[in-house]
Design a binder for this molecule. Structure first.
Ligand code: NI
Length: 189
């Protein structure tokens, strides 16, 4: 549902068909940077509980990305917060402007249908250190609906990039049916 680009290349020698490209990844990591974010609604109101509202958020992302490009490597939208991984362009680390524009545009587009304030002022950010850190955060994002008790399996949650990553051969469709444990250093919420 969100356009996904990122750190994968096709690799016929890999059993899964895809593999990460460490060279490219290292370059984006140093120059633009890849970040994990957790963004929460004000007072944890379940604003993203309806498809219509998720669509408004999707359009806000698309609009802002058109003028301020970034890659969405992975994303998961829960009723009262969202997690995502972004890679910013070379020599650009300005995620705060992008988030401000996304939040403002979303709030305006919701009009009277959503009580203000919509968003918590601050958000959690974590600069991805290396390829292993990247992979663990991708897993964290896709497992999050199960972690929060909202779905039995990651594939049952429709507001995430999990299906895109299955298409790329990164996961079997039943990934996350058995519990997945994460180090305390991975993720937030
Ligand atoms: Ni969460």
């Amino acid at each position: 549902m969100f356009p996904l680009t990122g750190c994968l290349r096709y690799d016929q020698t890999s059993p899964q068909g895809f593999a990460f490209n460490p060279v490219r990844y290292r370059r984006t990591y140093i120059t633009g940077g890849t970040y994990f974010f957790t963004v929460v609604t004000a007072r944890r109101k379940p604003i993203f509980a309806s498809t219509d509202v998720v669509d408004i958020l999707r359009r806000a992302f698309r609009h802002v990305r058109a003028n301020h490009p970034f890659q969405i490597d992975a994303i998961c939208i829960l009723p009262d917060h969202l997690h995502c991984l972004w890679t910013l362009p070379d020599n650009d680390s300005d995620h705060s402007t992008r988030w401000r524009l996304i939040k403002t545009r979303f709030t305006r587009a919701c009009g009277e249908n959503v009580a203000r304030p919509v968003w918590q002022k601050r958000y959690w950010e974590h600069l991805i250190r290396d390829e292993d850190d990247f992979r663990r955060h991708v897993d964290y994002i896709h497992y999050n609906p199960v972690k929060h008790g909202l779905a039995d399996r990651p594939i049952d949650w429709k507001y995430s990039s999990f299906d895109k990553w299955i298409e790329r051969g990164h996961y079997p469709p039943d990934w996350g049916t058995d519990p997945v444990d994460f180090d305390d250093a991975v993720g937030s919420e």
